[in-house]
Design a protein around this ligand. Structure first.
Ligand SMILES: *Cc1c(COP(=O)(O)O)cnc(C)c1O
Length: 405
């Protein structure tokens, strides 16, 4: 049997995955066997700079020793209690999240998609029990080009045809406006509007940054109309954009946020919905739950993951290193680059349509030892772990220059 062999080649691993796995991803054929900080290694021992960070789940870098220690310690004490009982890890984790976000209540889940599902349930129940929207009429406004995850309800408000095709019937109750358009938001609000659910920067959508002041305007419009402002910070949160949360750039105070990805420290899935007391107050015992949500292992890991972000001043590092990286990319003389945009270390390099798609450039970058992934057709995302140094960015820039010029 192939699996019994002790020395599989990269191609063997690829064949095994392809033979037995669902074909729902189109990975670059780099078989990673080890990771440390910003670097990963493949089966041949070749080293790569990770400029994707597992879609920003690795803000702290691969295998961060402090998070690893928290994980292994907690793993040998108690890992899972279920929420049928209490555990000694959860409370301090909640407290930490409230302190860094300015929100007052936490509901822990596992994946990002589950956190957004939780937000939607909270929003709807708030609409009926607090705002007084007639039964079953609550509407949520979202933006075109959004990404919130892959469950049926979340793809129901996607504007990507492929995310929906073949998966009908969809969940009703969502209105789509164009991203960054405050007057469209105002016009879309009805007496039944419960919330505006939006990413501060669209990550999967191609690193799309809304016009300055959009979030602040959205906040004002929401307040005036008794509509909740709920931000999906799963990709932008926890330091990525140069602040702990992207809403801080405009001094916005959301009614709720979803977080995930880097909350894991890259080790173990954990997500959360955070909100005001008023919004979270709609949940009563039995309304919502998750077998693994809030387990002590996840809480201990997330606690350490947040500590690392604060102790190593990762938001400040992202701001500083990101500004440097973006400036250098913008001054690169490439016939293929249409636009470079980004905030902190969430950076998109959009290629000209005639460049032939971002994927082939990502393959070339991998050849040169830099891992990046296309997002949408023509944009390469550069989102390295926030622990990256200026020297490492310089090395990345050399490889990018070799491939793009
Ligand atoms: C990744 C992502 C999600 C979904 O998270 P999963 O853990 O993959 O379910 C939701 N929203 C945003 C903005 C994301 O980037």
């Amino acid at each position: 049997m192939l699996t019994a062999s002790t020395s599989l080649t990269a191609q063997d691993y690829i064949d095994l995955e392809t033979t037995y796995g669902a074909n729902n991803y189109h990975p670059l054929d780099v078989v990673i066997t080890k990771g440390q900080g910003v670097w990963v290694w493949d089966t041949e021992g070749k080293k790569y700079l990770d400029c994707l960070s597992a879609y920003s789940a690795l803000n702290q870098g691969h295998c961060h020793p402090k998070i690893l220690q928290a994980m292994t310690e907690q793993a040998s004490i108690v890992t899972l209690t279920s929420r049928a009982f209490r555990n000694n890890q959860l409370g301090s984790f909640y407290e930490k999240l409230c302190q860094i976000s300015g929100l007052s209540k936490v509901l822990p889940m596992n994946s990002g998609a589950e956190a957004v599902e939780t937000a939607i349930k909270a929003i709807r129940k708030w609409a009926y029990t607090v705002k007084g929207v007639p039964a079953n009429q609550a509407e949520i406004i979202v933006c075109s080009n959004n990404f919130s995850g892959r469950t049926i309800s979340l793809i129901s408000f996607s504007t990507e045809a492929q995310y929906q095709d073949g998966f009908y019937p969809l969940t009703p109750g969502f209105q789509v406006i164009s991203f960054g358009d405050a007057s469209a938001l105002e016009a879309a609000i009805t007496p039944n509007t419960a919330a505006f659910l939006v990413e501060p920067i669209q990550g999967e959508g191609g690193i799309i940054i809304p016009p300055d002041g959009f979030l602040k305007q959205a906040e004002t419009i929401c307040r005036q109309n008794n509509v909740l402002l709920v931000l999906d910070e799963i990709q932008t949160g926890l330091g990525r954009t140069g602040k702990m949360f992207a809403f801080e750039h405009e001094g916005v105070r959301p009614d709720g946020i979803t977080i995930g990805k880097a909350l894991s420290g890259g080790f173990y899935p954990i997500s959360a919905f955070l909100s005001t007391e008023e919004v979270m107050g709609v949940f009563h015992p039995g309304d919502h739950g998750s077998t693994f949500g809030g387990n002590p292992l996840a809480a201990a890991i997330a606690n350490a993951a947040i500590d690392v972000i604060m102790e190593e001043r990762l938001p400040e590092r992202a701001a500083e290193m990101g500004a440097y990286f973006i400036t250098k990319l913008q001054s690169m003389k490439s016939p293929h680059i249409q636009e470079v945009r980004g905030k902190g270390l969430l950076i998109g390099v959009e290629l000209k349509p005639e460049a032939g798609g971002a994927r082939s450039f990502c393959k070339d970058l991998a050849q040169k030892g830099l891992l990046a992934k296309e997002t949408r057709e023509n944009t390469i995302r550069f989102a390295p772990p926030l622990v990256i140094t200026q020297e490492e960015i310089n090395w990345a820039l050399e490889q990018i220059e070799r491939v793009l010029t």
